[in-house]
Design a binder for this molecule. Structure first.
Ligand SMILES: N[C@@H](CCC(=O)N[C@@H](CS)C(=O)NCC(=O)O)C(=O)O
Length: 223
């Protein structure tokens, strides 16, 4: 279902991004959560090159996604995923102990895994060739490898971090996508298989497919 022009839920997205970011713009995390929950949504793509001043009232940093639902106005994809997850057993178990564990993994993804991986993205892509980046990479790759090993141990032989899929897996698999330009996951086949399992879910496929279908392919005029 989820794209639904009548839905009261609206996700603010970008109208265009460079090729490397296509399918990775974080509105896919919100779309994915809504797909898993079976909740319809519509989108409001804003101009990437000329973001309306009003957008900063909704997203203080001018980024996406932002989220509108009646009087609710949200930014930060993790907070929005939690907001959606709170109304769906498919994303957050109702059992208090299980729910608490899912919350732990949501924050672990965003706070204990993703920052290291974003630093690597910075080193490998945005600061590529700079002396500091070349010097930083080996120790950073080693730290990431250690953290991935710990994550693989925690996962063990389960399909998902707590056995069944939760919003924690949604955010963890999303965070791990920051390694797509590297082979660092290859050293941890259990994690690689886990990520593939998460990304094979129909909700992820629909979410990224919808994002790709909506993004303009040509860079709009910057005028
Ligand atoms: N922590 C924010 C990060 C949002 C973010 O980085 N959005 C990117 C797209 S993936 C963006 O809007 N980039 C354009 C920019 O920073 O100007 C979240 O998870 O919502």
């Amino acid at each position: 279902m989820p794209i639904d022009p009548q839905s009261p839920i609206e996700i603010v997205t970008l109208d265009w991004v460079p090729d490397f970011a296509r399918g990775y713009v974080r509105d896919y995390r919100v779309r994915w959560a809504l797909e898993e929950a079976g909740i319809g949504y519509r989108t409001d793509p804003i101009s990437t090159l000329r973001r309306p001043a009003s957008h900063f009232a909704e997203q203080p940093f001018g980024q996406v996604p932002a989220y509108r639902e009646g009087p609710v106005r949200m930014f930060e994809s993790g907070a929005i995923v939690l907001h959606v997850a709170e109304r769906s057993e498919a994303l957050l178990p109702s059992d208090p102990a299980e729910r608490a564990r899912a919350l732990c993994w949501m924050f672990a993804a965003l706070n204990s895994i993703e920052p290291m991986l974003m630093e690597l993205t910075n080193v490998d892509l945005f600061a590529k060739g700079e002396e500091w980046a070349t010097l930083r990479r080996p120790s950073l790759a080693a730290a990431i490898d250690k953290r991935l090993g710990q994550l693989a141990t925690a996962l063990g032989d389960r399909d998902y971090l707590e056995g069944r899929f939760t919003a924690g897996d949604l955010l963890m698999a999303s965070a791990l996508r920051a390694l797509d330009h590297t082979d660092l996951l290859d050293a941890h086949p259990v994690l690689a298989a886990y990520q593939q399992r998460c990304l094979a879910r129909p909700g992820f496929v629909a979410a990224t497919g919808a994002q790709l279908a909506e993004l303009k392919t040509e860079m709009p005029e910057a005028a």
